[in-house]
Design a protein. Sequence first.
Length: 310
Amino acid sequence: MDAAPAGLLGTVTTHGPMTSRTLPPLKICRFAIGDGPVRIGLVRDDGTVLDLTPAGLTRLQPLLEGDDPGGRLRRLAGQKLPRLALAAVRLRAPVERQEIWAAGVTYLRSKAARMEESDFSASAYGQVYAAERPELFFKALAEKVVASGEPVGIRGDATWNVPEPELALVLNSRGRIVGHTIGNDMSSRDIEGANLLYLPQAKIYERSCALGPWITLGTPEPAARRWDVHLTIQRGRRRVFAGETSVGRIKRGFEELAGWLFRSQTFPHGAVLLTGTGVVPPDSFTLQAGDVIEIAVTGIGVLRNPVVAV
Ligand code: DO4
Ligand code: MG
């Protein structure tokens, strides 16, 4: 189901105080067995999940807040713990109480698409791409985020709807980037294009944010910037869109974006920050209910969501 396609599983080179070695990236997920309670798991490349709940890890936050999440996970993974087939568990969105925010117009492609979308807003998009202060907007509460496998929504009152495939930074309460996941910043381009003041309605509605399938921990920014982002949209048996970009094309640094988010604001539960889209379907394209969106990011995996009208 949500395992990464072959070739999408990267490795991380760590340069700790004592060692410089290549370790496989750690993938931490929230999952449930049927309708059972949420559990925390370590996703293995062999298509299994190691259930960390019996080892006392019942929430992500204590792990993400710690000084060495990777070390703690590796120690836990050394214990004798239940192992389940990934295909047999229900993945939950990898967020608990974090606020979800998003950066906009961080890729040249997004700036160009938005400037074409609306004469009314063109100068605002042009200016924000070049400005020191980035565009950052609130996207979702954690409890509203959908997981991989669950439907994302297109608004019933919009006519031009697209997914936005984005790398998402997972930040702890101190603003430290502890991991990465995949985000889908679902957007109604006709509403956004009609008037920039309608942006919250174009971006925030039922099922407008998907995150998952899990969090990859501890990849340094230079390694993450080598990742690719692939978007495919399937309509029945037809692939109606495919496109890709590289994370390295994001104009701004990750620390820069995180730093702006944490200016004059605290996040006691941490935050997730989507870093903007660099893949924009042609203007003639709009999503339909029943489409299936797949976003694959190297080093993380695949976020897959069917589309429903909301
Ligand atoms: O203001 C428009 C939003 C831009 C956006 O979401 C993006 O570039 O990803
Ligand atoms: Mg976006």
